[in-house]
Design a protein around this ligand. Structure first.
Ligand code: PMP
Length: 299
């Protein structure tokens, strides 16, 4: 499939309060966010015209900025409205939504206290991250890079800089013929894939690693609630790589990945089973419910 570069598309992008033509949404090269990764972003999905768990994403965006030491100069209500506005302005109902906040050009040095904080929101059609046949699943390689200790990097933030490790790991995995990489923590525990959380079925229970050095994803929390609604026991615990061979099922969960079965981790092969199929179906149904219904079920 031919790639269409992201600056060669049409539509509008919300930028600091107004919608600008897509092709005009350009930055100066001496932007702090580019040089020092002082940027935080979100990845959201709209289904049937509604952005799933929009406020949770907006809250995380604001929190991510605070962790990086800046306040986004818009309220959560204004950011929610802007996300909805950009979706409508681009005439999309089923799409990916990407807000990003970054430090501007006023200073270009490690210290950047005087930089202005900017916010842009783009949206584009993006079917499932791993292709249309969801049950076909993905194969994960073992990442050589590890998730850093939470005192080494702001791991609770969806900070642009942290994706350096993800891109390196994903490129390594792809070079070896895998779809994505399973990342370990700095001290060797199982953590997540490069852009999604991971779940395992062990003896009829749903297990997932404790998110102490990676994102406690919105999809992760949604899947845990869906499992509990099905009376499936959810176990958050330390999971070591030696245990992977004993897992009955494995799947990924993330906004872009949605619920995606894992067919292999390195040499170890898995067959997606009933628990994965059930939670995948429940997630697909939930994302298409009205925001009021989603909120009601979460209560
Ligand atoms: N981990 C990483 C590294 C991610 O990029 C994402 C996607 N934001 C997730 C986990 C899953 O988070 P969410 O379910 O909130 O999209």
């Amino acid at each position: 499939m031919a790639l269409i570069p992201f600056d060669d598309r049409d539509g509008v992008i919300w930028w600091d309060g107004k919608c600008v033509p897509w092709r005009d949404a350009k930055l100066h090269v001496l932007t702090h966010g580019l040089h020092y990764a002082s940027a935080v972003f979100e990845g959201e999905r709209a289904y049937d015209g509604h952005i799933f768990k929009l406020r949770a994403h907006t809250d995380r965006l604001i929190r991510s900025g605070k962790i990086l030491g800046f306040d986004i100069p818009w309220t959560a209500e204004q950011i929610d409205d802007a996300c909805k506005q950009v979706l409508i302005a681009n005439n999309l109902t089923d799409a990916y939504v990407r807000p990003i906040a970054w430090r501007g050009t006023e200073q270009l040095a490690v210290s950047a206290q005087q930089t202005k904080i900017h916010l842009a929101i783009a949206t584009w059609p993006w079917p499932n991250l791993f292709g249309a046949d969801r049950m076909a699943g993905v194969r994960l390689g073992h990442a050589t890079w590890r998730r850093p200790h939470p005192q080494t990097a702001p791991t609770a933030s969806k900070a642009a800089g942290l994706y350096m490790i993800g891109t390196l790991s994903k490129h390594d995995a792809e070079a070896q013929g895998f779809n994505d990489a399973l990342m370990l923590s700095w001290d060797g525990r199982v953590t997540e894939a490069t852009g999604a959380n991971i779940f395992f079925a062990f003896d009829g229970k749903l297990h997932t690693p404790v998110p102490d050095c990676f994102l406690d994803g919105i999809t992760r929390r949604t899947v845990m609630a869906l499992a509990r609604a099905r009376q499936i026991e959810v176990v958050e615990r330390v999971i070591m790589p030696e245990e992977l061979a004993a897992a009955d099922e494995v799947f990924l969960a993330g906004t872009a990945a949605e619920v995606t079965p894992v067919r292999a981790i390195g040499e170890q092969v898995y067959a997606p089973g009933q628990m994965t199929a059930t939670l995948l179906g429940d997630y697909e149904a939930l994302v298409r419910m009205s925001p009021e219904e989603v909120a009601r079920r979460a209560a």
